[in-house]
Design a binder for this molecule. Structure first.
Ligand SMILES: NC(=O)c1ccc[n+]([C@@H]2O[C@H](COP(=O)([O-])OP(=O)(O)OC[C@H]3O[C@@H](n4cnc5c(N)ncnc54)[C@H](O)[C@@H]3O)[C@@H](O)[C@H]2O)c1
Length: 149
């Protein structure tokens, strides 16, 4: 049975991703890691929160030790990373929280994935859902390539 970590699963997009995975893949364990900032709301997931393949963990991806322990405990097969500071206007009033969550938190998750996958990436995937501020702009055509470890 595969175990998939979804970060930011109490947020706008993440809650839909969590619901889709929990319902569509009953053979997968889905772990939703979210710090429940002002942007997260578990009411978004009331309809699936008692499903046997669903676990919610409240925690902060900026805490590297906590993230490492979580990866050690669950031995995730894959990661779908949506936890972010996503409201661009707030980056002017509070830039440091963007640096921490969007950069340091992401690196914490990447480091922990490398740690448990031991540089063997067969069957493992790390998807980072982000924005054009991170990936750069596209022209009128084209697409971004999947990035994986
Ligand atoms: N919503 C959009 O229209 C849109 C468009 C393009 C790209 N995106 C990108 O998709 C991703 C998800 O967007 P969204 O709209 O669902 O965001 P959101 O702000 O609704 O949700 C973010 C979630 O991350 C959680 N979170 C924040 N900091 C955390 C931390 N340190 N540790 C753990 N959890 C934390 C919040 O509690 C929240 O539940 C972001 O990277 C965003 O930039 C969103």
């Amino acid at each position: 049975m595969k175990t998939i970590l979804i970060t930011g699963g109490a947020g706008f997009i993440g809650s839909h991703v969590v619901r889709l995975f929990v319902n569509k893949y009953p053979e997968y364990n889905i772990v939703n890691l979210d710090a429940l900032t002002y942007a997260g709301n578990l009411e978004n997931l009331k309809d699936i929160d008692t499903k046997p393949n669903y676990t919610f963990v409240k925690g902060d991806i900026n805490d590297g030790v906590f993230v490492n322990n979580l990866f050690d405990k669950y031995q995730f097969d894959g990661v779908i990373h949506l936890a972010a500071e996503s409201h661009v206007d707030r980056s002017i009033s509070d830039p440091m929280s963007f640096i921490m969550t969007n950069i340091v938190g992401t690196v914490n998750l990447l480091n922990s994935a490398r740690h448990i996958w031991k540089d063997s990436f067969e069957g493992h995937r790390f998807y980072h859902i982000s924005t054009d501020e991170v990936y750069g702009s596209l022209g009128k055509t084209g697409f971004f390539y999947e990035i994986y470890l």
